[in-house]
Design a protein around this ligand. Structure first.
Ligand SMILES: CC(C)(COP(=O)(O)OP(=O)(O)OC[C@H]1O[C@@H](n2cnc3c(N)ncnc32)[C@H](O)[C@@H]1OP(=O)(O)O)[C@@H](O)C(=O)NCCC(=O)NCCS
Length: 156
């Protein structure tokens, strides 16, 4: 797809999830044909409450919550896994997804015990495949749930 002129390189910030942004994260929506690509944000936030290793983040642009992602980076492992990622349907195609991936990779790269980042997506998810491949993620094959796993070695 072609990005609209002037919409690239939008600054985004990743913010911890809390009372101030939880409702906005729950209000984010995907197009109907995208809903099978990722668990709902309600499920992900519920999961994050139960899982100490889950790191949920609001994607914020121009002061508004535009997306959500979640990763884990266990201290006893050298691999981080980004396992939830979405940008609200009305905010897609503006470069925000790309900016959010760059930010989360920066955040993960600051964790000195991590040397590799994995990401998973449905094999038919062309937007995700192209986006992650452009950051150097290399497809590893399908996991036991038939999700594609792609990995990126961090250069240290
Ligand atoms: C994948 C997703 C996060 C991309 O967010 P976005 O803000 O629209 O992405 P960007 O505008 O930054 O585009 C980044 C790249 O993604 C790819 N892309 C985005 N939309 C695409 C589409 N409809 N078709 C093909 N490629 C697409 C392109 O490679 C694009 O780069 P380019 O504009 O230089 O060609 C968003 O489409 C989304 O939330 N999808 C539903 C949930 C999902 O699939 N999550 C990922 C798996 S967990």
């Amino acid at each position: 797809m072609t990005r609209a002129a002037g919409m690239s390189d939008q600054p985004v910030a990743l913010e911890p999830v809390g009372k101030g942004n939880r409702a906005a994260i729950l209000a984010l929506k995907l197009a109907p044909d995208q809903q099978s690509f990722v668990a709902s944000n309600a499920e992900s936030l519920a999961e994050a409450r139960q899982d100490d290793e889950a790191v949920p983040r609001a994607v914020v642009a121009a002061g508004r919550v535009v997306g959500f992602l979640m990763y884990s980076a266990p201290e006893d492992d050298d691999e981080a896994i980004i396992y939830r990622f979405m940008i609200d349907r009305r905010e897609q195609g503006k470069g925000l997804g790309r900016a959010a991936v760059a930010k989360v990779l920066e955040e993960i790269a600051r964790l000195s015990h991590i040397s590799r980042v994995s990401i998973c997506y449905e094999p038919g998810n062309e937007a995700a495949r192209r986006l992650y491949a452009s950051f150097g993620f290399i497809e590893q094959g399908l996991d036991e749930d038939d999700e594609m796993i792609a990995a990126l070695e961090l250069s240290r």
